[in-house]
Design a protein around this ligand. Structure first.
Ligand code: ADP
Ligand code: MG
Length: 341
């Protein structure tokens, strides 16, 4: 075969292979977009585990009519304009690929209205050239993305979808991760027309406690100790609970770096050390948020952004170890859990 430039849809489908593994990855990307747009409420409707339809609606800033086609194009983003921006990124998005990728492997409609506009507009991308059709549509300020028939045109991917229940569980878990990162945002999730989750915004200590219980289970919320530690570079806050042989908490393990949930061995390593240091069994649950200057961490390691690279990994590790070790010591001394007051 001679060398050819890939048609846009095929290029997008190839890119989709990296970020769109299953319905839950679509939910992740779309909800992150809502949050980047400053939404205070996000409603998610799922049908048949997401394989039939997913509708994500937000009350964020919206997208202007003339920008709708761009939003659906690859490498088009409003979040970074230079390499410096990328090095100090605080938004979830920056690759400008999610909408283009998802729309290349589904039937995606994007409906949006900005504050300045009298009416909403709807965009739909179709075919090899991914040409965008625009039409007026009634919509409040904010954005709705509807994704139908995921992988309808990539049968190999479609075959990898599991039972509706399983795919929905992945979506549910994805929402848990995001909702823990954004306690002041109201989230709802429904499946096949039935309301399944309702995470109310938390502002007071009591509401935070309720929300933690709703997301991580009330056993965890009741047993957990609130953590807070910091210096001028690093801040660590969140909750830690240690299992006592009867109760196990190691299913609750969430680690956030500047609001982004990541898989990182560093925190598990520090936790193990902290537990061993105090002679505790290796069973603990945590929701930990690490904040550090964005220049200190590289988030552009993985297309789905599951991983980060710390520039001073050793220093970060020792800081987390110190924070966790203090917390474990407090738990061992029998400090009251946050729920017991
Ligand atoms: P990225 O998030 O990396 O910029 P996306 O393909 O996910 O790339 O989105 C492309 C662009 O579309 C975003 O940069 C943003 O300007 C716009 N956009 C997408 N979703 C929303 C939304 N829910 N509300 C407002 N703008 C959005
Ligand atoms: Mg995005």
């Amino acid at each position: 075969m001679p060398i050819q430039i890939l048609p846009p849809q095929l290029a997008n489908q190839i890119a989709a292979g990296e970020v769109v593994e299953r319905p839950a990855s679509v939910v992740k990307e779309l909800v992150e977009n809502c949050l980047d747009a400053g939404a205070s409420r996000v409603d998610i409707e799922v049908e048949r585990g997401g394989s039939k339809a997913m509708v994500i609606r937000d009350n964020g800033l919206g997208i202007a009519e003339q920008e709708l086609p761009l939003a659906l194009s690859r490498h088009a983003t409003s979040k970074v304009a230079s390499l410096e921006d990328l090095e100090s990124i605080l938004s979830f998005g920056f690759r400008g690929e999610a909408l283009a990728s998802i729309s290349s492997v589904s039937r995606l409609t994007l409906t949006s209205r900005t504050q300045e506009q009298e009416q909403g507009w709807q965009a739909y991308a179709e075919g090899r050239e991914m040409a965008v059709k625009l039409q007026p549509a009634a919509h409040p300020v904010g954005t709705t993305v509807q994704v139908e028939d995921l992988f309808f045109n990539t049968p190999a991917r479609r075959r990898f979808l599991r039972a509706d229940k399983t795919e929905f569980n992945h979506i549910d878990e994805q929402l848990r991760r995001i909702a823990l990162a954004k306690p002041t945002v109201h989230f709802t999730l429904s499946h096949n027309g039935k309301s399944v989750r309702q995470y109310r915004p938390a502002r007071t200590e009591r509401q935070h406690q309720q929300r933690l219980g709703a997301i991580c289970g009330h056993r965890f919320a009741d047993a957990a100790l609130a953590i807070g530690a910091g210096n001028d570079q690093l801040q660590l806050h969140g909750h830690l609970a240690i299992g006592d042989g009867h109760q196990q908490f190691n299913e609750v393990q969430y680690f956030y770096v500047n609001g982004r949930v990541v898989r990182d061995r560093l925190v598990n390593h520090a936790l193990r050390q902290a537990l061993e240091l105090h002679g505790q069994r290796l069973d603990a649950g945590y929701v930990l948020h690490l904040e550090l200057p964005p220049q200190e961490v590289d988030v552009n390691v993985h297309p789905a952004k599951h991983e980060v690279r710390f520039h001073q990994a050793r220093y970060v590790h020792d800081f987390i170890l110190q924070g966790l070790s203090d917390a474990v010591a407090q738990l061992v001394r029998g400090a009251p859990g946050v729920g017991e007051e």
